[in-house]
Write a protein that binds this ligand. Structure first.
Ligand SMILES: Cc1cc2nc3c(=O)[nH]c(=O)nc-3n(C[C@H](O)[C@H](O)[C@H](O)COP(=O)(O)OP(=O)(O)OC[C@H]3O[C@@H](n4cnc5c(N)ncnc54)[C@H](O)[C@@H]3O)c2cc1C
Length: 513
């Protein structure tokens, strides 16, 4: 089956489903969890339809820190099972599933005044346990080297903006970094499509029944139904809308994007403990697009779920202050080229007084006794495959295959990515040369790291249906306002037949913004 998703395939498959073609499973939600469930079920041989009310990766899955991490944070909360699951899934992603989208990233934890000896020793012990998990998960040293102590000089070579005064040295450790979280979602969804899954975006589910779902085509406003033996809901922070009995306590996490030059073009991430808060860190993560992501906050986000969350002024000020404390430079609002926030779909615990930072990152699969629908929620981007396996194990005895299944683009065929520019190789892996063949690979405008060929590929193969899909989910130009404008301006002239495509189709399902 073909991994290409586009407007024509969507229209044809929508017609089949709305016309009464039954499927084994309908999956609701096109974030990493829903895409993972669709791939898991389709690769076990089940017939699958996935319905997403906006675009692929429209929700939390595009607002992460883009780390495929080994679960060190969970060790601090004594959640050893979660840490092991993360380390195992990281290993699968980096070795087999998506090695083209995940790279090893060095982390420098400075040993300075903010890191007294006792805390340094505790951190070092944690890193050693992390190394043990890495070895247990069979991640070779050449993929992720072991942690070690380094000199102040070496630390400043890796992260030149680190403050020199009082720096005794640093701890160096390694974790996985995604080129782009939204690209992982698209690659998983296309891999599901290659196994026959029908992937429909702009299809909002309005009701769940025992034998399927009711939905609305957001492009036309037409209602339709899909008949299915089982329903699996993967609607993230929106779970409350269709999943009675699932109680979440969303928390907002925000990042700021700073030009890498301002921090001396670091080659390593810097990790700094937040003074006075157990297990909280601020980090500066170098990205491949010339920006450094400074994060991360953890603020309870009770009340209505916004369509697109934004960082508060207070979070922005706090991040700038904490990051600057460990740096030679003092970051201010003028250094911020872009910003974003996401809502974590955290499962509520018994005590509403617990800070969200202390809530477990575990996932759950919950059955609605009225309809038999399953909801899979919580967890992390890193553990999406395990979450999907748990959910699909509940509806079939057929064995799960995803641990050994490379995503589209993962498997290099001789010379396939050879001649393509590095950005395309990082984002498309083995498909890079095919992308490059579609158009110009020069930047759309000076300083804008997006090319015409990517836009065409997204429309022809990745189900981009609007200029916003291109800017905000396929290329991520949307992270920097000037880059976003360049993509929105280029889209109508670049994509054949798009001169009259409206931006953001009307959504007939209500969002709760
Ligand atoms: C700031 C932040 C940083 C993070 N960093 C990391 C990290 O570095 N590493 C990591 O492993 N994890 C990280 N996470 C966690 C991770 O991002 C999330 O756990 C994960 O993305 C959740 O994915 P999801 O598919 O469950 O939800 P979502 O991505 O939100 O997907 C849910 C989808 O359901 C759709 N939907 C909702 N209602 C309907 C309906 N009625 N009909 C059809 N579709 C519907 C929505 O439009 C949405 O696209 C981070 C989270 C945050 C907030």
């Amino acid at each position: 089956m073909n991994a290409s998703l586009n407007a024509e395939r969507r229209a044809a498959e929508l017609e089949l489903l709305a016309g009464g073609e039954p499927v084994d499973v309908v999956v609701v939600g096109g974030g990493i969890t829903g895409a993972g469930v669709a791939l898991d079920a389709a690769s076990r041989g089940l017939s699958v339809a996935l319905l997403e009310r906006r675009d692929l990766a429209h929700g939390t899955s595009r607002w992460s820190s883009k780390l495929v991490h080994g679960g060190l944070r969970y060790l601090e909360h004594r959640e050893f099972g979660l840490a092991w699951e993360s380390a195992r899934e990281r290993s699968l992603l980096m070795r087999t599933i998506a090695p083209h989208l995940v790279r090893p990233l060095p982390f420098v934890t400075p040993l300075d005044a903010g890191m007294p000896a006792a805390k340094a020793t505790k951190t070092q012990v944690g890193l050693r346990i992390g190394d043990g998990l890495r070895i247990g998960a069979r991640t070779p040293r050449r993929v992720l080297p072991p942690s070690r102590r380094i000199s102040a000089l070496e630390a400043r070579r890796l992260a030149p903006a680190l403050a020199e005064a009082g720096l005794r040295g640093a701890l160096l450790s390694w974790d996985g970094q995604l080129e782009d979280d939204a690209r992982l979602v698209v690659a998983v969804a296309r891999s599901a499509a290659a196994h026959g899954a029908r992937i429909l975006t702009y299809a909002g589910v309005t009701g769940v029944r025992e034998d399927g779902v009711d939905a609305v085509d957001a492009l036309t406003g037409a209602p339709f139904s899909v008949r299915a033996r089982r329903v699996i809901l993967a609607t993230g922070v929106w779970a409350g809308e269709l999943s009675p009995g699932v109680e979440l306590r969303p928390s907002r996490g925000s990042h700021l994007l700073v030009p890498a030059g301002r921090l001396g073009d670091p080659r390593a991430a810097v990790n700094v403990p937040v003074p006075g808060e157990r297990g909280r860190w601020v980090f500066a993560l170098p990205r491949t697009d010339g920006l450094v992501a400074v994060g991360l906050t953890d603020v309870a986000a009770d009340g209505p779920v916004p369509d697109v969350p934004v960082p508060s002024a207070e979070e922005e000020a706090t991040l700038l202050e904490h990051a600057s404390a460990a740096l030679e430079v003092s970051l201010g609002p003028d250094d911020v080229a872009g910003r974003y926030a996401g809502l974590r779909p955290l499962l509520a615990d018994a005590d509403p007084a617990h800070p969200t930072a202390d809530l477990s990152r575990r996932h759950a699969v919950v059955e609605d006794p009225a309809t038999g629908a399953l909801t899979v929620v919580g967890g992390k981007l890193t553990t999406y495959r395990a979450m999907a396996q748990d959910a699909v194990d509940r509806i079939t005895d057929r064995p799960c295959r995803t641990a050994k299944l490379p995503l589209v683009g993962a498997r290099a065929t001789a010379g396939a990515a050879g001649a393509a520019p590095p950005r395309l190789v990082r984002r498309f892996g083995a498909e890079a040369a095919a992308v490059a063949a579609l158009g110009s690979t020069e930047p759309l405008a000076p300083g804008v790291p997006v090319c015409e060929a990517e836009l065409r590929w997204a429309a022809e193969h990745e189900l981009a249906l609007t200029p916003e899909d291109l800017a905000d989910r396929r290329t991520r130009a949307g992270l920097v306002p000037e880059w976003r404008e360049a993509v929105l301006a280029a889209a109508p002239a670049t994509i054949p037949g798009w001169s009259s495509v409206p931006s953001q189709p009307p959504t007939s399902t209500t969002s709760t913004s």
